[in-house]
Design a protein around this ligand. Sequence first.
Ligand code: ADP
Ligand code: MG
Length: 337
Amino acid sequence: MSAVDIDGLTKRYGDVTAVSELSLSVDRGEVFGFLGPNGAGKSTTINILLGFLDPTAGEVSVLGTDVTRDPQSVKARVGLLPEAFEPVPNLTGREHVAAAVETKGSDDDPDALLDRVGLAPEDASRPADDYSTGMFQRMALAVALVGEPDLLVLDEPSAGLDPNGVRLVREIVREEADRGAAVFFSSHVLDEVERVSDRVGILQDGELTAVNSVENLRDDLGMGSVVSATVDAVPDLDPIRAVDAVTDVSADGSTVRVACAAPGAKMAALRRLDDRATVADVTIEESSLEDLFEAYTTDRPEAGDGDAGDGATGPGAGAESATGDEPSAATAGGDRT
Ligand code: ADP
Ligand code: MG
């Protein structure tokens, strides 16, 4: 049985289609990263998962239960960190967690949970209204963890956290998945999603444009890695361009950049370079989810059906310089000589 089963989900607010025919499943023990720009429909999907919103169309089942039929039993088994957690005035952090323990009928120790999320005891004793965003987010995470939920749903859990907090979220997500919980979380911190997710789904304008492991998404796009080598003098680069699976070679000052679509191409290209110049230093950069995200949301590589809208959606201008290694069409022709 899947932890989450969404089939043909559509949600409209008047004229706005926030989510359009979305289908996806998340397994138990799986970490699923739900990515997309602001307004993509992530929070809407999450609110429907928890039964806070009714779908316009489609089926949503959580832990085997149809959410629209029995939202209460779903809520009892799901831990949620919502996008906007409203504190109860004057209630301390500890009291917020204790209230969730009570509601869920769990026997968790609020102090242990607060310790796990790194909220100091003296802070736990203060009213949550006075918390910084980061402290508040930690408390909200503790609330989500109450009762060892079978499904943890986190809407932008890293928002407002410092790097230590972001790392902590990642550790907790992994720990929860290891004890068998499914984790469904949305985020803009793509780097973090990439490191912790088993699979990611990329949502744009309410439509899922890709679902896959980060690794397979990368393969789909033919975006491998970029080898940057510092050389004493830049040699003729054509022999390096000729290496199998090398998709682009360029030089900038004494740095040669080689884009490789397959792992084996890296060493082959480096050897040829080393035969023709003295290599002083080498760095290898794997394509990040950020690159993937951009490729999927601005210029989908295999949009399959007609892609009617030619003019695409404006933001192309935001894509700063990284033109050296465009993932898709540009590489098709292979050799440029
Ligand atoms: P995300 O969480 O990915 O940023 P949301 O799910 O919050 O996206 O929003 C998806 C779209 O639905 C946006 O266009 C947003 O403006 C719209 N939307 C969200 N909530 C409402 C609402 N209550 N009424 C009308 N439109 C809404
Ligand atoms: Mg949101």
